[in-house]
Design a protein around this ligand. Structure first.
Ligand SMILES: C[S@@+](CC[C@H](N)C(=O)[O-])C[C@H]1O[C@@H](n2cnc3c(N)ncnc32)[C@H](O)[C@@H]1O
Length: 260
């Protein structure tokens, strides 16, 4: 696929094996195509490795964080489970929102919590809202530890940002999905991998081996969950589609228990 952006005429030419189409620059389709090219260039350049949140590096696209904030504010969870701590920026992001809302705490899990990251997170102003567990997110003992930290009736939300293979994410969805409250979400992050096969920092199997595929497979197996696109909390534009690293990754619990 080739995109030719003509700023003089405010058009975008889309060239595919099926032919060439001209789109208005200010159309949602052109905006999506340009955004996808921008996301791909940003992936190669490590754009998301240039941000921090309240002093801790956070490896997320800023627009995704704004959406996450909208969903957290909507759900007002008692517990946010986050797989993938890295430097702790996303734990601090969620914990900060919990503090502002006056409700909720965060449990972070990582297969390796580097000592300097642990020390910095433990010394952070929001540390009292953060519990860290070190281990493989799908190991039985780790899942049990997380479950023990959640009290009956607590409203749980889950973010999966650890190992992004299809099988691992599916196993995480199976392990942590049952904890998620009705109306709340599990976010399977980095489904953009599906669109990045062939990019320099990608693997050849990413078109199928990715979190988006895991999310699709999970909802097929569990009718109490659905893939959703939460409507924008505010929208005075014609746009309806998120610019995101997490396409197809928002899973909502829509029923209390699995149907027989
Ligand atoms: C992309 S980073 C997380 C970034 C972080 N959520 C943020 O927004 O800043 C992915 C993390 O997942 C962790 N990880 C990889 N495989 C894992 C596994 N099997 N279980 C738990 N954590 C894992 C890695 O050690 C790494 O710190």
């Amino acid at each position: 696929m080739k995109l030719h952006i003509d700023l003089e005429h405010e058009t975008v030419e889309l060239e595919t094996p099926e032919g060439t189409r001209s789109l208005a620059l200010a159309s949602e389709e052109a905006f999506q195509l340009i955004s996808r090219a921008w996301l791909r260039a940003g992936w190669d350049l490590k754009h998301v490795y240039t941000f921090s949140w309240l002093g801790r590096p956070i490896i997320q696209l800023p627009e995704d964080l704004i959406r996450l904030q909208e969903w957290i504010y909507q759900v007002k969870p008692d517990v946010i489970i986050e797989i993938g701590i890295a430097h702790g920026g996303s734990l601090v992001f969620s914990a900060g929102l919990c503090r502002l809302i006056g409700r909720g705490r965060v449990i972070g899990i990582d297969i390796e919590i580097r000592p300097h990251n642990r020390l910095a997170i433990e010394a952070h102003e929001l540390a009292d809202l953060i519990t860290m567990i070190e281990g493989d997110s799908i190991a039985g003992g780790i899942v049990r530890q997380v479950r023990q930290l959640i009290h009956p009736g607590e409203r749980v939300m889950v973010f999966l940002d650890g190992c992004h293979t299809r099988d691992h994410v599916l196993a995480e969805l199976e392990a942590y999905g049952p904890l998620v409250a009705e109306g709340s979400y599990i976010i399977a992050m980095d489904g953009i991998m599906q669109d990045l096969a062939g990019a320099p920092r990608s693997e050849p199997d990413w078109n199928t081996n990715n979190p988006r595929q895991a999310a699709m497979d999970f909802v097929k197996l569990h009718s109490e969950f659905r893939l959703v696109e939460p409507p924008f909390a505010f929208n005075e534009s014609e746009l309806t589609t998120r610019i995101t690293y997490w396409p197809g990754g928002v899973i909502q619990r829509v029923a209390p228990a699995a149907e027989a």
